[in-house]
Design a binder for this molecule. Structure first.
Ligand SMILES: Nc1ncnc2c1ncn2[C@@H]1O[C@H](COP(=O)(O)OP(=O)(O)OP(=O)(O)O)[C@@H](O)[C@H]1O
Ligand SMILES: [Mg+2]
Length: 408
């Protein structure tokens, strides 16, 4: 047997096992997709689904993707484009060289990815859900073979059967309005003759009310991206819109207003004023914003009602971090951005802080949290992974864990 086919069959077997082991369907599909992608050596893979019911919007939406740019806002009309056609007809389409595709626009949603080889296999399950799995580009630059695409088609059938067997699958994925839209954002730093390219074309959407966790190796550009989203820095190029307004090249004054009116920041170091007690630290911020929350109320939210008079030196790290969360809340921000808020804390105090974050999100605030801690991803609505200045994976968590369930 062709070694690449043998490899693909091994992947099929492995993916089947991953699906059997998985506790939830999401996990099954995610693991299955990952194994399969490795099996056929694809650079990117996407599960698209269409809500086939009458109440659906008649479009096909991305469900999971790996190795692709952020596809969240993408959708295809049923029957239109490769993905829409495969979902409607439930027949595979294979462009082993992309030059064979008669309409290159079919994969235009793969922004920034040069598509050379692609195939799309149907995926069906239950009455209401019909979708497909799209595989894009072999990692080694060669083309997918027919045999590989056949194995993947079989795998999609296996995954589809898992969907039918699992009643927990919800037919649609609900998220809030898009409040931030980041497209092709780059950031370069120039020191003398040396130019460091840190962000290399980031695409991302942020939805109202979601808990988004941003993960990636040290130096990959997480804080740089957060600073741009928070209006503390300008991108070198690209677009950053908040509620439809372009901020990429906004004036300092406009950015200051944007920060003041919308964003609360929480950092790894608490940055509290040492000579002010907890309440005074909050009142200092409250005096700068138009419609502040009462300082006492904010301290109650973070469970520090009893510690209002304490100075930072009289509080534990976890308590100080909770004061800094309360300080962010005083502004009544629509979005909280937290850069490694628990990195300096031990396990127990980290959980205390995360419980507060969970409460804030449950009350409607959008949260973007940078962390190194994989376990915290379990609390998130979506996990965005960055590598080398780009987003390379966005996954949706449909079964969120509570802060108190996390263990490390
Ligand atoms: N002002 C600057 N001038 C030059 N290089 C910078 C500047 N700010 C950041 N960098 C570089 O950009 C890269 C990304 O930095 P960034 O702080 O965004 O990483 P990070 O993903 O947040 O890392 P960590 O997990 O360690 O906090 C690093 O290599 C850093 O040295
Ligand atoms: Mg950082």
């Amino acid at each position: 047997m062709d070694p690449s086919v043998a490899q693909a069959y091994r992947a099929l077997n492995e993916a089947q096992n991953a699906i059997r082991r998985a506790d939830t369907l999401d996990q099954a599909l995610q693991e299955g997709l990952r194994v399969l992608m490795r099996g056929c050596d694809a650079q990117a893979a996407v599960i698209w689904y269409g809500d086939g019911s009458d109440s659906g919007d008649g479009r096909v939406h991305p469900y999971f993707w790996i190795g692709a740019p952020d596809l969240t806002s993408c959708s295809h009309a049923l029957g239109v484009d490769v993905v829409g056609r495969v979902v409607l007809t439930q027949e595979s389409e294979r462009y082993l060289t992309f030059a064979e595709a008669n309409d290159p626009a079919t994969v235009c949603d793969f922004r920034g990815v040069d598509v050379t080889s692609m195939f799309c296999v149907p995926f069906s399950g239950g009455d209401a859900i019909r979708g497909c799995i799209q595989f894009v580009n072999k990692a080694d630059g060669t083309r997918f073979t027919i045999e590989e695409t056949d194995v993947c088609e079989m795998m999609a059938m296996v995954a589809g059967m898992a969907v039918e067997d699992n009643e927990r699958l919800q037919p649609s994925w609900h998220h809030g309005e898009t409040i931030m839209e980041i497209r092709g954002v780059t950031r370069e730093f120039t020191n003398g003759d040396v130019v460091t390219r840190v962000l290399k074309g980031v695409n991302l959407d942020v939805f109202e009310g979601e808990f988004l966790v941003l993960l990636g190796e040290s130096g990959c550009g997480k804080s740089t991206l957060l600073n741009i989203l928070g209006g503390m820095d300008h991108p070198t190029s690209g677009s950053f819109k908040f509620c439809g307004e372009e901020f990429a090249q906004a004036s300092q004054a406009r950015l200051t207003d944007y920060r003041r009116d919308n964003i609360g920041f929480i950092f790894q170091s608490y940055n509290l004023m040492p000579n002010l007690n907890a309440r005074q630290n909050l009142e200092l911020i409250a005096s700068l914003v138009p419609n502040p929350m009462n300082a006492d109320e904010a301290l109650e939210i973070v469970n520090l009602g009893e510690r209002k008079e304490n100075y930072p030196s009289q509080m534990s790290g976890g308590q100080q971090q909770r004061v800094s969360i309360a300080r962010a809340l005083v502004k009544r921000p629509s979005i909280i951005m937290a850069d490694e808020p628990t990195a300096a804390l031990d396990y127990t105090t980290s959980i205390e802080v995360l419980e507060v974050m969970e409460k804030i999100v449950s009350e409607g605030t959008t949260m973007i949290m940078v962390t190194h801690n994989e376990e915290i991803c379990r609390m998130a609505d979506r996990v965005v992974r960055m590598r080398n200045g780009q987003v390379y994976e966005v996954t949706v968590n449909r079964r969120k864990a509570h802060a108190t369930d996390l263990v490390w």
